[in-house]
Design a protein. Structure first.
Length: 261
């Protein structure tokens, strides 16, 4: 068979299987390299239901372990369909990338006579809050044969309203408040507090949150998330800073505040 046709056939089969197979396992949204435990069972809160869809692939060139959520129960059915399609597309494109890259590396390893380490793709998710404000994260971990893999988390914070979308951090706060300065100071204080506890200056290079900063809500508490290498070395993992309710609730827009009650 023509190698290009074979590759396209493999990709099509993988995508079809991804959409068809379901597994009653809810994976945690941290990659194996971060040593996070996986949760099990479907998760439901209020009228929102997460149904995990899982599939695994193992070849000589790569391993893929994929679990994405199928979300139902949102009031905005149009956005619900868009969100589910976005998650499916991300999984399919990530799988396609690891298939193509592992194939190229396998061919190069054979040509140059070195041993190839199988590539790894691991997609999982964690639900933080379900209810009036849905909050969850999807982690994509990839390993391509280097010293270590890399994990990236995409955070979703969706009000369960008739018309909704994935909120940005800036949309939470009332106009006129310098929310960045408030959060930057709180995060800086937490870093300094940890330095005093350990007696060492931590290897952070935090300069401030971005316009598209990752965040989540857990039990009404705000968490500000950073990726690997974003503000600290790889060994620091993916730092997250806890912002208690009393430090931000008065800054929120009334509508957002109501969602967190």
């Amino acid at each position: 068979m023509n190698p290009r046709k074979s590759l396209l056939s493999s990709l099509l089969t993988s995508i079809l299987i991804l959409g068809a197979i379901s597994n009653p396992a809810l994976a945690a949204a941290n990659a194996p390299a971060l040593s996070a435990p996986a949760a099990s069972g479907s998760q439901q809160g209020a009228s929102i239901v997460f149904t995990p869809k899982s599939t695994n692939f193992t070849t000589k060139e790569y391993e893929a372990r994929i679990t994405i959520p199928l979300i139902s129960g949102l009031a905005d059915k149009t956005y619900q369909a868009q969100l589910n399609a976005e998650l499916e597309k991300h999984a399919a494109e990530s799988l396609k990338t690891v298939q193509q890259q592992s194939k190229r590396d396998a061919e190069l390893a054979k040509k140059e006579g070195w041993e190839m380490r199988p590539h790894v793709l691991d997609i999982s998710y964690e639900v933080y809050t379900t209810g009036n404000l849905l909050s969850f994260g999807v982690t994509t971990y990839t390993y391509t044969g280097g010293a270590h893999g890399m994990a990236v988390v995409q955070y979703f914070n969706v009000p369960n309203l008739e018309k909704t979308h994935n909120l940005q951090l800036s949309e939470l706060f009332q106009p006129g408040y310098d929310y960045k300065n408030v959060l930057n100071n709180l995060i800086t204080q937490q870093i300094k507090t940890e330095e005093r506890k350990t007696g060492n200056k931590l290897p952070y290079w935090f300069e401030g949150i971005s316009n598209h900063q990752g965040f989540s809500f857990k039990n009404g508490t705000l968490f500000i998330h950073f990726g690997q290498y974003e503000i600290a070395p790889y060994a620091a993992g993916m730092p997250a800073f806890t912002i208690p309710r009393h430090q931000f609730m008065n800054l929120l827009k009334p509508g957002i505040r109501d969602l967190l009650q």
